[in-house]
Design a protein around this ligand. Structure first.
Ligand SMILES: NC(=O)C1=CN([C@@H]2O[C@H](COP(=O)(O)OP(=O)(O)OC[C@H]3O[C@@H](n4cnc5c(N)ncnc54)[C@H](O)[C@@H]3O)[C@@H](O)[C@H]2O)C=CC1
Ligand SMILES: C[N+](C)(C)CC(=O)CC(=O)[O-]
Length: 321
């Protein structure tokens, strides 16, 4: 059978309609798709429609696609009905490996041949989840961020049995559907963003457990600190700017030795020449034509924009300053 081109997809099936499945439904509806949803919970439809209604004002503010409507959501009673005419399936069931394995096999059996099925899993490699499917080549991970209707990123990665064509199709489809896609060439536990978030999270839990910092201090340390930069410039380029005009090279030469002591607690790799060079090269590549001065200006303007957007510019705070 002919597979629908990513640009021609009109009908999407969302399986599992909780926080993330419901968020996906809202996103796809806002982009003008017909969405069919299935979730075995008795109150699933009521909760899903409530979630979509709550998301709709934000989505309207961002701009709905032509023809987008909440009336294009159909909630059905069986998985088979949900998948029968799907042109793309997004699975967002609970994060339990055995459940995902058997559900993905059921979805594989119920979905027209060749149609791509993506799992929202936040950490399981597809290799471990596709083991029971008869045609595992169309199964892959499309990991979103909460809420999927506002946070653009989706990490796309296949498992050992996934066809490369399915990964390419999904990456193109998500882009067409308004997402920002990172297509990973190899599986990593936690993918990229969660691996980074988990490192931060692990340290947050250590600090709370040891009475070293409060939850508020931890949260404020990010929202009043590095989080402002991370909204528009990642941790590598922002640290390159810590090296002044010397960029990442100077940053590593200057701070590497002192930063190594907390790293060693975390069993980090040796900061050898290869790692240093990879970091410097990666930053140069990410910066492209932009000079350090360009990046400084971009970072500063970005911080101001984020402060304004979140009502934290001087004069915007409650009671003024
Ligand atoms: N909550 C988050 O921030 C994020 C979660 N994810 C991933 O999304 C997936 C769903 O997580 P949440 O939405 O947070 O969970 P949730 O608990 O809010 O929703 C799960 C939904 O799946 C339904 N369900 C239960 N058994 C099912 C089955 N056999 N088949 C289909 N649906 C079934 C439940 O009724 C529930 O509505 C997980 O794989 C999770 O790792 C990914 C990114 C972020
Ligand atoms: C908490 N979580 C691990 C499920 C979070 C994610 O997977 C991504 C996110 O929304 O931060």
């Amino acid at each position: 059978m002919m597979i629908t081109a990513p640009t021609d997809v009109r009908r999407i099936t969302c399986v599992g309609a909780g926080v993330i499945g419901g968020g996906w439904v809202a996103h796809f509806l806002a982009r003008g798709y017909d969405v069919t949803a299935w979730d075995p919970a008795e109150d699933a439809e009521e909760k899903l429609r409530r979630l979509v209604d709550a998301a709709w004002p934000a989505l309207t503010q961002l701009g709905l696609a032509e023809g987008a409507s909440r009336e294009r959501l159909t909630v059905v009673g069986t998985l088979e009905e949900a998948c029968a005419e799907a042109q793309f399936v997004q699975e967002s069931a609970p994060e339990k490996l055995e459940l995902k394995r058997s559900l993905l096999a059921q979805l594989d059996a119920a979905t027209p041949a060749g149609v791509v099925i993506a799992s929202s899993t936040s950490g399981y490699p597809m290799t471990d989840m596709q083991t029971e499917a008869v045609t595992p080549g169309r199964l892959l991970v499309g990991h979103p961020f909460n809420p999927p209707y506002l946070i653009p990123l989706v990490e796309v990665v296949g498992g050992e049995a996934t066809d490369e064509a399915a990964v390419a199709w999904a990456s193109e489809f998500y882009e067409v559907a308004g997402k920002s896609v990172i297509t990973m060439e190899r599986e990593l536990p936690g993918f990229i963003a969660n691996r980074l978030q988990e490192a931060l999270w692990r340290e947050a839990l250590h600090m709370v457990a040891n009475g070293e910092a409060t939850v508020k201090e931890i949260d404020d340390s990010i929202t009043e600190g590095p989080g402002l930069r991370w909204a528009f410039m990642g941790p590598c380029l922002t640290f390159a700017l810590a090296g002044g005009e010397g960029g990442m090279g100077h940053m590593l030469d200057h701070f590497g030795p002192s930063l190594k002591s907390p790293w060693t607690r975390l069993e980090a790799p040796e900061l050898d020449k290869a790692l240093r060079d990879a970091m410097v090269d990666g930053c140069d590549e990410a910066a492209g034509d932009r000079t350090i001065a360009d990046l400084v200006a971009e970072r500063d303007q970005g911080v101001i924009d984020v402060l304004r957007a979140t009502g934290r510019l001087p004069g915007q705070r409650e009671g003024g300053q």
